[in-house]
Design a binder for this molecule. Structure first.
Ligand SMILES: NC(=O)c1ccc[n+]([C@@H]2O[C@H](COP(=O)([O-])OP(=O)(O)OC[C@H]3O[C@@H](n4cnc5c(N)ncnc54)[C@H](O)[C@@H]3O)[C@@H](O)[C@H]2O)c1
Length: 337
């Protein structure tokens, strides 16, 4: 039985909480025992907001021990697994400390504020022998898993071009402090950069144009071209300043030699050359559920988190940092280390 502590009960904390409850109801050999948030008293009966609806608006947390102080929770509980759903600038130091204390750690994306911090987290996991996984949830999202399978097994030939997009209306609070969140480029665009990295490996160079829209924030809108030796035309864009009721959106269009895949509004349509198109038959489960289940199975079985290794997540941060250097210089191509 894995005893789990959840730190952070904001939007993503609740998303993870819902999935632990579901997994416990399904009979997984786990027990969520403690929840910590500096605002736990206010949050436990409050509504939350976010890009994707969580299961509930109000929560009954009486079955769990509640803490408003991280150290207090860690010194009071014997936890096998700690799940971090905290603002990004808090990830690195806390994750390393937890690994050193002997806990397995699931940490929300982006892994950390810098690639250097990310590499330190990966090194700490390797040295302590504890499992660290970053919640790069798209690697577990059924439509993106389907795309990955098409790239890997070559059923439609090679990829010739692709476009990825994520957008939402402006976030609030700490997200608008670039020092804490890294802005839209690190916080939101990291999802698609990570998918490009996961699908095709590191590009040779990136060129990015980005701009500030919200006063005092970091980059709020970005467009990046990823340069690969085979010349595939790949672009990813993110914009967290969508207006009106445009809402949250994640889409892709990937063109293969013998098919086009189009993902929008939660539906993946496959258009093979010379054949009628079809809608892919995908699991209705969200990536969050699949990601948490995969992580817990890896911890229980002592197997590596090869779908999303910490080294690979740190590599994604190296690409993001190159994108920021490119954007800072007006879009010149920047080599990936
Ligand atoms: N995977 C995804 O799709 C996805 C979506 C949204 C956010 N995220 C990531 O999840 C992380 C959290 O984002 P969020 O949207 O849940 O933010 P949030 O602001 O909704 O929640 C963060 C919570 O952490 C708590 N907190 C802050 N400092 C604390 C401390 N020192 N001790 C205890 N509690 C503390 C806050 O009170 C808050 O409730 C970020 O890294 C974000 O980038 C991932």
């Amino acid at each position: 039985m894995l005893k789990i502590g959840l730190i952070g009960f904001g939007f993503m904390g609740r998303m993870h909480f819902d999935n632990y409850v579901r997994l416990m109801e399904e009979g997984a050999d786990i027990k969520l025992v403690a929840v910590c948030d500096m605002q736990i008293e206010q949050l436990k009966h409050a509504k939350t907001g976010g890009n994707i609806a969580t299961g509930s608006e109000f929560y009954d947390l009486t079955p769990y021990r509640l803490y408003d102080d991280i150290e207090n929770m860690l010194s009071s509980e014997e936890l096998d697994v700690v799940d971090l759903t905290l603002p990004t600038d808090l990830h690195a130091e806390l994750a390393c400390g937890l690994l050193e204390r002997g806990c397995h750690v699931l940490c929300e994306k982006p892994m950390a504020r810098s690639a250097e911090q990310g590499r330190r987290m990966a090194e700490t996991a390797a040295r302590t022998g504890k499992t660290l996984m970053i919640g790069q949830c798209l690697r577990f999202w059924p439509a993106y898993e389907y795309l990955k399978a098409c790239v890997e097994d070559g059923r439609y030939g090679a990829v010739t071009a692709g476009y990825f997009f994520r957008g939402s209306d402006a976030p609030q609070g700490w997200f608008l402090n670039g020092e804490r969140s890294g802005g839209c480029m690190l916080d939101m665009h990291v999802h698609d950069t990570d998918i490009v990295h996961w699908l095709f490996g590191k590009p040779e160079r990136v060129s990015s144009i980005a701009r500030n829209v919200i006063p005092g924030s970091a980059y709020d809108a970005v467009s990046t071209n990823y340069h690969y030796p085979d010349g595939k035309v790949l672009n990813a864009q993110a914009d967290w300043t969508l207006q009106g009721d445009a809402g949250f959106s994640m889409t892709f269009r990937v063109n293969f030699e013998r098919a086009t895949l189009l993902f929008a509004n939660g539906e993946l349509n496959v258009h093979p050359a010379g054949e009628p198109g079809f809608t892919a038959d995908l699991s209705p489960d969200m990536g969050y559920y699949r990601e948490i289940k995969y992580f817990l199975n890896a911890v229980a079985g002592g197997t590596p988190v090869s779908v999303c290794s910490p080294e690979s997540a740190a590599g994604t941060l190296e690409i993001i940092e190159a994108e920021i250097r490119s954007a800072d210089q007006g879009g010149i191509p920047v080599a990936i280390p």
